[in-house]
Every structure is written in C-alpha cells, then in structure tokens.
Design a protein around this ligand. Structure first.
Ligand SMILES: Cc1cc2nc3c(=O)[nH]c(=O)nc-3n(C[C@H](O)[C@H](O)[C@H](O)COP(=O)(O)OP(=O)(O)OC[C@H]3O[C@@H](n4cnc5c(N)ncnc54)[C@H](O)[C@@H]3O)c2cc1C
Length: 375
C-alpha cells in the first residue's frame, strides 16, 4: 500500500504519528524546507491532550506546555464579566514547541521536504501527484492535510468556499512580569469593539492576541505597529500596553473559515483532515485540536477496519457533528464579541454575564467530548 500525507502542519504531523503508532506506512510531503510554525502560542484543549497522550506525546506537552486553569472574560479594566467553565483546564504552548513534539518521533526517512504538490489526477485505483519540481508519483491513497487553501479541496469540492469573518487578529509573545491574576488564567478583555487576550506560556512569557473589525488584506506599518496597537488599546488597562511593548515580533492574520458544507471528507482516493476541510475561526482555539482529533479517529478506523470508502464515511460521520458545531459557535462568538453599537455591547455583556452557567458548561462539554471515539 502506498500512502501520501500532504502537509506537515499540525494535522499532517498528528496523522503521521498516529499512522506510525498503528503501523500504517506513509510518506509525508511538505512544501517548506523544514517543519515550522509562526512565533505565537496555541491552546491545547483537554480532549486534544487526551489524544496526544494516547499517541505517547502527553508527557512532552505537559513538560513544554503551560497548564491554564481558568478562562475569564474581563472588561477593559480587567474586571470579571464571566468566568468560563473549562473543567480540567488546558495547555498553552509555543507553536514551535508543539511542532517539535509532533515531529520528533516520526521517522524522518518518511518525510520529504521541498515537496509541493502542484496538481493531481484521481484515477480509478490511485491518485497521481505532480510536484513543483516536475516529478510525478502514484499513490493508493492520499491524505490531504494541506490547510485552508487546500488544492485538493479546491479541485474536488470547488463550491466549498472560504469565508471572511470581517475580523483581523494580531498575535505575539511578550516577555514581561504581570500581576498574579495573569499567571494561571486565560484572560480575554472585551471593550471598545475590540478584544485582547493574554495566556501564560510560562511564568514570564505570555502569548497574546488582539482582534478588531477590519477589511481584509490591510498591511501594517511594521515600524510603528507596536505604537499603533498601543494606541488602539489605549483605553484598556496598563498591562495591555505593557504586553504590546514587550513583544518583539507581531504577526497579523485576517480571520477566515470554511463555510459549513455537506461534503463528506473524502472523494475517490483522497481523504481530508483539519483546516483543508473544516477550517474554523480561531475564537474558540479549536482548529488545531480538531485536526489532532481527526487524525486519531481516522487512523483508529483504518487500523481496525482497513482502507475502504465505507470506513472513510464512518470517520466523517463520527467527526462531522462536533466540528460543525465548533465552526458555527466560533463564528457566532466572533460576531457577538465585537459590537460597534454601545447599547448592543451593553446588552451582550449583560447577557454574557447573567446566562446560567449550565449553558456554558453544556457548550464546553461539546468542545471536549470524545465519546464518539467509543461508537
Ligand atoms: C490566529 C489563529 C489562532 C489560532 N489559535 C488556535 C488555538 O489556540 N488552538 C487551536 O487548536 N487552533 C488554533 N488555530 C487554528 C490552527 O492553527 C489550525 O487549525 C491548524 O494549524 C490547522 O492545521 P492543518 O495541519 O490542518 O493546516 P496547516 O497548519 O495550514 O498546515 C498545512 C501544511 O501543509 C503544507 N502545504 C500546503 N499546501 C501544500 C502542498 N500543495 N504541497 C505540500 N505541502 C503543502 C503547508 O506548508 C503546511 O505545513 C488558530 C489559528 C489562527 C489563524
């Protein structure tokens, strides 16, 4: 059996780890010359952590990540609007560390770098990939883990569209001392139609992000970016300015997802995973976690039942409901948390403040649910 994994991001690497665990052969193709990620943090949910433990990476996440006990929505003066129930907490980890952890156990003989798939043809019993260097190779199955701009999705499901949320996000890692209430909690500040969040990476470093409503593709002036962001958040408590001041590299992304769709996650001999088929806005910090859950679910099914369309269908059915829920909730969260009208902002904050805890508990339970794995 000849199997290709396309993409060495969180999803492709998680899949390579799972395949290795289940003795499924593979070759992973990554277009970059090495594995890598942007200089920012990433949240690992309780359920993704459970999966990472199952594939032998739990101790590394525990050692290199930072355990975050609480998630609190606060106002711009850092006064609590609502504490969110995050049951057993989660981890925040530097993205580069996560990629290191996901990559160091996989057999590097199975990895090809500088290997961008430029085009492909699906045949009756195989998929033929053509790489940027002109070489072509045929595979029995291909696993498309090539992210939100997946060439496989664009060709096989052309009507599945990217959707712009109308929001942009800046991210960075700040090295600075902050008061103790910042040490163990994920704090998200709401106010002035803006959002800012700090999540500890260790005792002195904080992953942070800042969001605002924006048109897409606006370019920052790098020379004045820190000052411009401080200016944008000038009405927020002084720690926000300190965090921005203490950051060397700030990254900006517009927030996109894939519009919810009804396509199953395979076609011909191509099976999809992660952002390539269900990218979500980052508001619930779930995209990478869901790619990890996809990888384990898919590998377990292949291991027990083999490669067959009905088994890929089962994978899709097990995963689709949860993922759709997350994509929708994350989209809604982004819309609710940015209100330009002061009156609506007041109403939203109060609804958020006084909604019964069980509603948030129920939502959170859905995010971390892994019962589908026992089906
Ligand atoms: C601002 C922001 C914050 C986020 N925060 C969180 C968070 O806290 N928690 C969380 O779980 N998720 C978070 N996410 C989402 C998470 O980053 C993504 O869901 C995750 O990276 C998706 O992984 P992936 O492997 O599916 O795709 P990608 O990470 O996009 O990886 C795709 C890989 O495929 C390679 N590739 C692409 N095309 C080709 C080709 N043709 N040939 C060969 N290789 C190719 C790329 O180089 C890349 O390495 C966030 C996202 C954003 C934008």
């Amino acid at each position: 059996m000849k199997i290709g994994i396309i993409g060495g991001g969180i999803g492709g690497l998680a899949l390579a780890n799972c395949f290795q665990q289940f003795n499924i052969p593979y070759t992973l193709f990554e277009r970059a010359s090495k594995f890598g990620e942007v200089g920012a943090g990433i949240g690992i949910s309780e359920s993704a952590y459970t999966i990472l433990k199952k594939i032998g990476l739990g101790d590394d996440i525990k050692a290199k990540g930072y355990f975050v006990e609480d998630a609190i929505i606060v106002n711009k003066d850092c006064e609590t609007i609502r504490k969110l129930p995050i049951k057993n907490g989660g981890f925040c980890i530097h993205r580069a560390e996560l990629i290191n952890i996901l990559s160091y156990k996989i057999d590097h003989l199975n990895v090809k770098f500088d290997a961008e798939v430029e085009s492909f043809i699906t045949k009756k019993d195989s998929v033929e990939l053509t790489f940027k260097n002109g070489c072509s190779e045929e595979f029995d199955y291909v696993f498309a883990c090539d992210g939100i701009n997946s060439i496989f999705r664009k060709q096989l499901f052309p009507h599945v569209k990217k959707r712009y949320s109308g929001q942009t996000i800046w991210r960075g890692i700040a090295t600075c001392p902050l008061p103790s209430n910042y040490h163990s909690a994920y704090l998200e500040f709401w106010g002035e139609n803006l959002r800012f969040a700090t999540i500890p990476l260790n005792k002195t470093q904080y992953y942070w992000y800042a969001c605002k409503i924006s048109e897409e593709n606006i370019q920052d002036n790098k020379a004045t970016l820190n000052a411009d962001l401080k200016n944008l958040f000038q009405k927020f408590c002084k720690e926000v300015s300190e965090v921005i001041d203490s950051t060397e590299l700030i990254i900006r992304n517009d927030m996109w997802d894939l519009e919810p769709h009804k396509e199953v996650w395979y076609k011909s001999k191509v099976v999809f995973l992660g952002d390539a088929i269900h990218a979500t806005t980052p508001n619930l910090a779930q995209g990478g976690c869901q790619a990890i859950e996809d990888a384990y679910t898919l590998s377990k099914i292949i291991h027990t039942k083999g490669f067959a369309p009905e088994n890929f269908e089962e994978y899709y059915k097990l995963r689709n409901e949860k993922v759709n829920y997350i994509v929708k909730q994350s989209w809604n969260y982004g819309k609710i948390s940015h209100q330009s009208n002061k009156f609506i902002e007041f109403i939203v904050k109060n609804i958020f403040k006084y909604l019964p805890n069980r509603i948030f508990e129920m939502q959170y339970q859905k995010l971390i649910d892994l019962h589908y794995l026992n089906a």
